[in-house]
Design a protein around this ligand. Structure first.
Ligand SMILES: Cc1cc2nc3c(=O)[nH]c(=O)nc-3n(C[C@H](O)[C@H](O)[C@H](O)COP(=O)(O)OP(=O)(O)OC[C@H]3O[C@@H](n4cnc5c(N)ncnc54)[C@H](O)[C@@H]3O)c2cc1C
Length: 308
């Protein structure tokens, strides 16, 4: 185990340098707090070519988005950025010990901004097309492919119950829902789909037919091919290891439970922002909650920690 570097104590350690972590670092840097931002460098949207639906950054490649975020932190001498993996977080409020791949530091507060990991579906063709013609969110990737033949691969009833499939009709008239023979769709949902002109395909799916990264068809187990150019899907997600080990309280969907105002988790002094706290995932939402968590942490640190 690495030595604790007591010369580099921080007011706040932020784990993860995506939109949530970058926004949190900016807020705390501007509040004169001594901040460490640690990022392992693997963004959730790595396969996407552009970020959409982020005002002032619409159409920006993810790597450029992060480079701009980092460059805008540079003037804040109170913020230290490390390309490092956080292995573990121990200790308690006012004295957390954060073990990273570049040494161990102490921090009075910690903000988790580690995002989520998407599980790959064991469906042939899925990984090739993920992020190119398979998406999770039509607000992120809808406009560019509007009017085409869309599908929704429903893995559970939850999103169907909340009207996700009928929502897609906002972008195209041509939507088919694939249940892969694994869902018993209640009659009220069937009726709602029918009223909205959404087709329901209940037969088992064998594979996705892709040309390079481009989806062309969904092939059913009986060999029939259903034309489909764009597919929406919500594969299962899991937390990164360092978060799993903290054993924080989770909400009913498995996301880290936070106080909606302060964004403090079930562990005092440990805060969370971004994708790991919600199924409503988008870069601008993550950035907003990062800034919110940072402001609340600054408030929590209060007058007891004079700015450096
Ligand atoms: C294919 C795809 C396309 C998308 N397109 C869009 C879009 O166009 N518009 C949009 O608004 N949203 C889009 N999203 C969603 C968006 O990417 C996320 O909502 C957003 O990135 C969440 O930000 P975050 O900061 O919470 O997490 P992330 O962006 O996932 O960042 C988490 C960071 O934490 C780091 N990390 C994790 N564990 C550790 C550790 N132990 N130590 C150090 N660092 C760690 C990771 O390396 C990563 O850099 C897309 C998502 C996907 C999957």
């Amino acid at each position: 185990m690495s030595q604790v570097d007591t010369s580099s104590d921080f007011d706040v350690a932020i784990i993860g340098g995506g939109p949530a972590g970058l926004a949190a670092a900016l807020t705390l840097g501007r509040a004169c707090r001594h901040v460490l931002l640690c990022d392992a460098g693997i963004p959730r949207n790595a396969v996407a070519t552009h970020i959409h639906n982020f005002v002032t950054r619409d159409g920006t490649p993810p790597s450029e988005f992060r480079a701009i975020g980092r460059a805008q932190l540079a003037p804040y001498t109170t913020v230290e950025l490390r390309d490092a993996h956080v292995e573990s977080i121990g200790g308690t409020r006012d004295d957390f010990e954060v073990q990273t791949s570049s040494g161990t530091v102490r921090a009075r507060r910690v903000i988790l901004c580690t995002g989520m990991l998407d599980e790959e579906l064991a469906l042939p063709g899925f990984s090739e097309a993920w992020g190119h013609s398979i998406f999770q969110c039509p607000y992120c990737h809808g406009w560019e492919v509007r009017g085409r033949r869309w599908g929704y691969l429903a893995l559970d009833l939850d999103a169907l119950q909340h009207g996700f499939a009928t929502l897609l009709r906002s972008w195209t008239e041509d939507v088919v829902v694939f249940t892969n023979a694994s869902l018993d769709v209640p009659s009220e949902i069937r009726d709602a789909l029918q009223r909205s002109g959404v087709q329901l395909e209940s037969r088992p799916v064998a594979r996705l037919v892709v040309a390079g990264e481009r989806l062309t068809h969904v092939e059913l187990a009986d060999g029939e091919r259903v034309a489909c150019e764009i597919l929406y899907a919500h594969p299962p997600q899991r937390h990164v290891e360092v978060v799993q080990r903290l054993e924080l309280a989770l909400d009913g969907l498995g996301y880290v439970q936070v106080d909606p105002m302060t964004r403090q988790t079930s562990t005092p002094g440990l805060y969370a922002a971004g994708d790991l706290t919600t199924r409503a995932q988008g870069a601008i939402f993550a950035a907003a909650t990062g800034a919110q968590a940072a402001a609340m942490v600054n408030h929590d640190l209060g007058a007891s920690a004079p700015p450096r």
